[in-house]
Design a protein around this ligand. Structure first.
Ligand SMILES: [Zn+2]
Ligand SMILES: [Zn+2]
Length: 269
């Protein structure tokens, strides 16, 4: 399967709104380095059988799909209900129009309840329209998931696990030898056990210094000693994380993601 990194930025993106000239606050990031331009964090699984599973719907979803030529999304897995991970849900309407069917969205009871409260209209029953372009809103079907056991999503086995994200829990996602851990500050022994044997691990690394709700560089490198993935890819990075600095300073086997990055991993058995 192929993983497409649609976005790898923190909740405010890089650059953040602001800056001396009002054209962006870049922090430690070099504005001339294109790989420092980060939209909000999301990835897409493209399976070898053609299925596409999206992780989160960021406020940047429309541009992320256009930039990467994506016109197919068979299911969405939500990691949690923070605004930078759900804010683009309305733009799934474009996929509904193309496929003429609702999209199944998977999440914990807590996440689905939050989505229901904020975007209740997208869960109304599917209506057929004479003209495809008449579809007035996104149309989704909520499917609750539980942690720890294998969950088949569109026939693909995923293992979902709990992650501590400060005041809430987020959902980590494992599919075969690949795992995605965005928005996480701590992992229980149980979740670390579920990550054993992962070859490629994408992990939240918001900044270099310690943080209360997101993992930081030192913590990520500690986790690496426990799980020992072949490849570790940092995501959900803020303005502290200059791409070139990271390339020059990270140990071998650890790298910073960038928007549009793609890589292959073995399909789950
Ligand atoms: Zn986030
Ligand atoms: Zn979050």
């Amino acid at each position: 399967m192929k993983i497409i990194v649609l976005g790898c930025g923190g909740s405010a993106g890089v650059p953040m709104i602001g800056g001396k000239d009002g054209c962006g606050e870049w922090g430690a990031c070099d504005p001339l380095e294109k790989r420092n331009i980060r939209s909000r964090s999301s990835i897409l699984f493209q399976m070898n059988n053609g299925l596409s599973v999206l992780i989160d719907t960021t406020p940047d979803l429309r541009q992320q799909f256009l930039t990467n030529g994506i016109t197919r999304c068979d299911a969405v897995i939500y990691t949690h209900a923070h605004a930078d991970h759900i804010g683009g849900v309305d733009d799934l309407r474009a996929i509904n129009r193309l496929t003429q069917k609702p999209i199944r969205v998977y999440g914990t009871e807590t996440v689905l309840k939050e989505l229901q409260q904020r975007f209740g209209y997208v869960f109304k029953a599917w209506m057929s329209f004479n003209l495809p372009c008449d579809l007035p809103r996104a149309s989704l079907e909520a499917v609750p998931v539980s942690m720890g056991s294998i969950t088949f999503i569109e026939g693909i086995p995923f293992t979902l696990f709990e992650q501590n994200h400060g005041s809430i829990f987020s959902t980590g996602i494992r599919c075969g030898v690949f795992a995605y851990s965005t928005d996480v500050v701590d992992l229980s022994d149980k979740s670390l056990a579920l990550l054993q044997g992962v070859h490629v691990w994408m992990v939240d690394c918001f900044q270099r210094e310690a943080h209360t709700t997101h993992a930081w560089l030192e913590r990520v490198l500690e986790w690496r000693q426990i799980i020992r993935p072949h490849r570790m890819i940092l995501t959900h990075m803020g303005v502290d994380m200059d791409w070139c600095w990271l390339q020059n300073n990270l140990p071998q086997g650890v790298e910073a993601a960038y928007d549009g990055m793609m890589f292959d991993v073995a399909d789950p058995i």
